[in-house]
Structures are given as structure tokens and as C-alpha cells.
Write a protein that binds this ligand. Sequence first.
Ligand code: MG
Ligand code: MG
Ligand code: MG
Length: 309
Amino acid sequence: MVCVVGHKNPDTDSICSAIVMAYFLDATPGRQGELNPETKYVLEKFGVPEPKYVDSAKGRELVLVDHADPSQTFSDLDKGELVCIIDHHKNGITTSKPILHISKPLGSTATVIAEFYFNNGMHLLGAKNKELTPQMAGLLLAAILSDTVVFRSPTTTEVDKEMAEKLAKIAGIDDIEAFGKELLKAKSVVAKKPAAEMLTTDYKEFDMNGRKVGIGQVEVVDFSDVEPKVDELLRVMKEKQEKEGYELIVFAITDVLNKGSKVLVVGNREAFEKAFNTKLDEKGTTYLEGVMSRKKQLVPPLEEYFKKV
Ligand code: MG
Ligand code: MG
Ligand code: MG
């Protein structure tokens, strides 16, 4: 049985894209971690059960969605059979055999899937000829809105907006912006969680030229929820960095209304300052105007920097 699964510390795009692709492939959806409050809210709203937790690739045929980075997936990926990747990140996975790999520079994996569907191309992904149900359309819509922060992130494309419109019609959602606000509200619950949980809820690990770098993010509507926790966050980050051998850990508290991020940094602070041409304060924090996307705005300057040193 084929298993469709998104990245570790799954977000709404990873979970919803896995469920929808599993529906089209007659496969089983899986998850590589606990669901965040926003994703729970979405599954409850559309009455869809949580995918099963999968902790190993061994003996499985796998379709990976929403990631193509070895640090964000099964450590024993080579023990399974990877058949396909559907994604919107750069590729970091090499395979010994050719596989189907679709990756497009769009706001979410859900957008990539929706685009294939509305262009009658699902068979190109090896999928069955099926209709998108209102439930499945709702999941894809939620994933687009989540990843693009309701079209506010610089990763947003016209295709994301177009697909969202089409999906909303099928899902029976008249007001996309209002639905997006519901999601932001569900998402902001994370900001009220203890620092250790906040750090790891939306957290990704990267190998940057042999250096282990962790980047976490929380998206908030109200900065004041997180402000009192900055010191505790820095302490938890430092602990993780030392214990798990990180060169650098970055945590972005993204203000989705003002479109900027307060960034907390532990480890190689000089690397961060050079990569972003900025100065960190004594604690190791700074504000980056306009920065909302880990993939597009945080990862590339750091990768560039570590390539050179
Ligand atoms: Mg994701
Ligand atoms: Mg995504
Ligand atoms: Mg995200």
C-alpha cells in the first residue's frame, strides 16, 4: 500500500496535501509528527480523520508531499521505495532510480495539486479519475491559505489566488478572507503555548554545507502574546542548540498584519549578522522588516553564507 506523507513537524499543507493525494491515489495518508492546532481545526471543520503516525520508511512505497529535504523526512528513507514527490520547495533528495518529481514555485503544495486537478492532469500524477469532493476541496483551500498566510506572504502567486477561488466554490466557502481569519485565529493558539512547544511546532532542520541549522517560526496576529516569552524562548533555543549540536538556531516571530518578523538567534550569531547584513542586540534578537517566509527569505541568505565559509 502506498503511503502519502508530508514533512516532520507537519503543517496544514503537509497534512491536507497528503490526505487529498491519498484520496486520489487510493493510498493511505500518513503524518510524521503531531498536528498543530490550526491543522486540527481544519480537519475537524471538514470532518476528516487524522492521518496515521508513520515513523519509518521501511517496507513502504512512499509519495512525499510538501518537502524534498532529507533533514525533514524519515531518517531511513533509503529503506523504503520512494515513488513520487509533489512539492513547492527546492530539491535536496537524490534517488538511485528515476522517480516522478513535481515541484513548482507556488505558494503551497495544495496549489500544485489543485492546478493539476483543474487542468485535468491528475492522471499525470498517477491518480485515479475522481471528483474533488467539497471536503477535499476545503482541505486544499485551507492549505493554500495557511502556507500563504492568507495571501500575505511574499511566496503568494496569482495561481494560489486563482486555485483558492475555484476550491472555495466546490467547498461551499463564500468568504475566503473570513475563512482565512478563522485559520489565523486557530494558528495563533501556538503563541500561548510554553516556549519549548512553540519552538518546535513549526520547525525545520537544514544541512547547510555540513552545518546543522534549525529554523522555527510562529505566526501571530498579536505580538504581545509572545513578547513576554522571548527570554524563555532564547533559553530553550540555547539548550537545544548545545544538546543537539546545531551551528545555529533561528526563531522567527512573524507579525502577519505588519508583515515583518522579530528574529531570535542562538549559536553562530556572526553568521546570521553577516548573512542578513544586520546587527543583533545583546540578547540575540532583531526585527526584519518585510520578512515572512522561511523558504524564500530566511533560508537562502543563510545557505549563501555557509557556502562561502
Ligand atoms: Mg510545509
Ligand atoms: Mg507547503
Ligand atoms: Mg509555513
